[in-house]
Design a protein around this ligand. Structure first.
Ligand code: ATP
Length: 345
């Protein structure tokens, strides 16, 4: 079992354990903020968020977490875009948002996917505005002119460079590399060109406080879309992996109401499965398994939950449910997964 005093020593920052009701309250507030900003996006309003709004909660700050975040914020201070690369569910997004929030500048979030093109990043024409001008300059003569004015709507990258925000571009390697050509001049010359925009303000000077954090899954980074070298050359890469066991325990504890012993059992099982299985078993899987055990095992109040001695069958069933979405196959493959989980734990 983890030594409680050692754990307390290692945890930095604000108190991470909380009662369920205040956790629920925070969650509801964040959900409201998320909805509000989605509504803003739909209405063509700014995609900027307050740093406090994006700071991940709960967020534990062990030495390992602080040291990684310090590297990210340090490189941002040195005016370098940071590329966070690591396996699924290891904490890249939480780390990126926490580093972005720490800067205290507004934050702009972009999610990479196949549909992201230059216009989605920079902006686009959103139809025209028509209005009539009635010229009655000469008495008795009326001349009506219909004027169509094009309406341009800036998308997240334009807003971020203009406002000096911290851009968090999640899973950026999922987008088509051609969409990222506009980033080259942003980082090289400090100018964002807005293709398609007419007029003098076709380009925007990049605000001196603009910074960017990109995240990529290591497998996708290597295999999905190869991004152009010229762009990757301008990034610094921070490679992240799963945290140490103490940090993973802290993370699970911060998300789930379960005894320390129960959390330890779940994290030990997660780490054993990570080594033994050929599918990715991230920290998110540990959190989900702990949530399941807290419910299936008497809402975390049973004797087993107290001492972490869960029934082996229950533990194997819970982990099978958590990990089976990653198995592409039929019932035989799931049965095979279940027996491999049993062996591993
Ligand atoms: N320092 C932390 N404190 C609290 N929870 C954390 C921390 N780091 C990660 N987590 C939690 O661990 C889970 C996985 O983290 P996250 O989503 O950041 O991983 P990721 O690497 O971005 O995953 P993916 O590759 O799937 O996008 C999330 O539930 C997140 O809330």
């Amino acid at each position: 079992m983890a030594d409680d005093s050692a754990r307390k020593r290692k945890v930095r920052g604000r108190k991470i354990r909380d009662d369920r009701s205040s956790k629920e309250g925070r969650r509801a507030k964040k959900e409201l903020a998320r909805k509000a900003s989605n509504a803003g996006e739909r209405n063509g309003d700014s995609p900027l968020s307050d740093p406090g709004e994006v700071a991940p909660e709960p967020f534990v700050e062990t030495d390992a977490v602080q040291s990684l975040r310090g590297r990210i914020t340090g490189w941002l201070e040195a005016d370098q875009p940071v590329h966070l690369i690591g396996p699924t569910g290891c904490g890249k997004t939480a780390l990126a948002l926490s580093a972005a929030a720490e800067r205290g500048r507004p934050v702009v979030w972009i999610n990479g996917d196949e549909a992201v093109d230059t216009a989605a990043l920079v902006g686009d024409h959103a139809g025209g505005e028509r209005y009539k001008e009635d010229d009655r300059f000469v008495s008795g003569v009326s001349k009506q002119t219909e004027i169509v004015r094009e309406r341009w709507v800036d998308n997240p990258l334009s807003v971020a460079v203009r406002e000096g925000a911290t851009l968090v571009y999640n899973e950026f390697s999922r987008s088509d590399p051609a969409a990222h050509n506009v980033l080259l001049s942003v980082f090289e010359e400090g100018v964002l060109e807005r293709p398609g925009k007419r007029g003098d303000d076709r380009s925007i000077d990049v605000h001196p406080e603009f910074r960017a954090i990109f995240t990529s899954n290591d497998v996708e980074y290597a295999g999905v879309h190869e991004q152009q070298d010229a762009l990757l050359d301008r990034f610094v890469g921070v490679h992240v992996d799963y945290y140490d066991d103490e940090t993973e325990r802290e993370i699970v504890r911060s998300h789930v109401e379960l005894s320390d012993e129960g959390v330890e059992t779940v994290v030990d099982a997660t780490r054993a499965l990570r080594d033994d299985l050929d599918i990715v078993v991230g920290t998110r899987a540990a959190i989900t398994a702990a949530k399941g055990l807290a419910v299936f095992d008497g809402a975390g109040n049973s004797e087993a939950s107290e001492n972490g001695q869960f029934d082996d069958d229950l533990l194997a069933e819970v982990f099978t449910d958590v990990l089976s979405p990653k198995v592409t196959g039929d019932q035989t493959d799931v049965d095979d997964l279940r027996s491999r989980i049993r062996e591993a734990i």
